[in-house]
Design a protein around this ligand. Structure first.
Ligand SMILES: [Zn+2]
Length: 207
């Protein structure tokens, strides 16, 4: 049932990939479009995994649109175009990220803008970060591509991160809920660990 529900979304993302590929004559290869969860990386919207699938002797790249964004049609388009930019850079051997993948390069920015994306600067002096759709690209997707916004009506619910809830013990002392359970179950073990940790930190400081 769930898979059936995902099919129209995946088809629409694939149709978009082919449309952009053809429109800009990028000559990009066939890819696998996937919709996995972003997992623990809360800010992650999508990714490109080079040559991660195989069929016979052919290898395929995977473009993943994080399932937590599937009910936002324009955001999904942004993710596909963002990963197309990375894939284009990969095929042309253009360096698209810097500082260990933290930022996008100016070369990435130019290609992204050529495809109709806009890109935000993380900080005034360094690195380009997130992309978003320009007004012109949105218009093009609506009038020419005829984006089927109605198929984007399914989404993966974001992780609530149960273990990361803080429990207040007094005005200045908070504890992670997962640790709290340990503390209640085995206070001696926990307090021993805590005192070892504090002792260690104290000794490191006075060295
Ligand atoms: Zn990127």
């Amino acid at each position: 049932m769930k898979q059936e529900k995902l099919k129209p979304v995946k088809n629409e993302l694939e149709r978009l990939y082919n449309y952009i590929n053809k429109k800009h004559k990028l000559e990009l290869p066939s890819i696998i479009i996937h919709t996995q969860s972003q997992g623990r990386s809360k800010n992650r919207k999508g990714w490109l995994a080079a040559d991660s699938w195989k069929s016979g002797k052919s290898k395929f790249c995977e473009v993943n649109v994080c399932a937590e964004y599937l009910n936002n049609s324009f955001e999904c388009c942004n993710i596909i175009l963002h990963e197309i930019t990375h894939l284009y850079c990969l095929t042309k051997k253009i360096k698209d990220t810097c500082r260990g993948g933290t930022y996008h390069t100016i070369k990435f920015k130019k290609i992204a803008e050529m495809l109709g994306l806009k890109i935000k600067k993380r900080y005034p002096s360094i690195g380009f970060g997130e992309t978003f759709l320009s007004k012109d690209l949105k218009k093009d997707l609506i009038s020419k591509f005829k984006l089927r916004a109605d198929v984007f009506d399914i989404v993966r619910i974001k992780n609530k991160n149960k273990n990361k809830t803080l429990i207040k013990l007094d005005d200045s002392f908070y504890i992670l809920s997962s640790h709290y359970e340990n503390l209640i179950e085995n206070p001696d073990f926990y307090l021993n660990k805590l005192s070892n940790y504090l002792n260690l930190n104290f000794q490191q400081k006075i060295k």
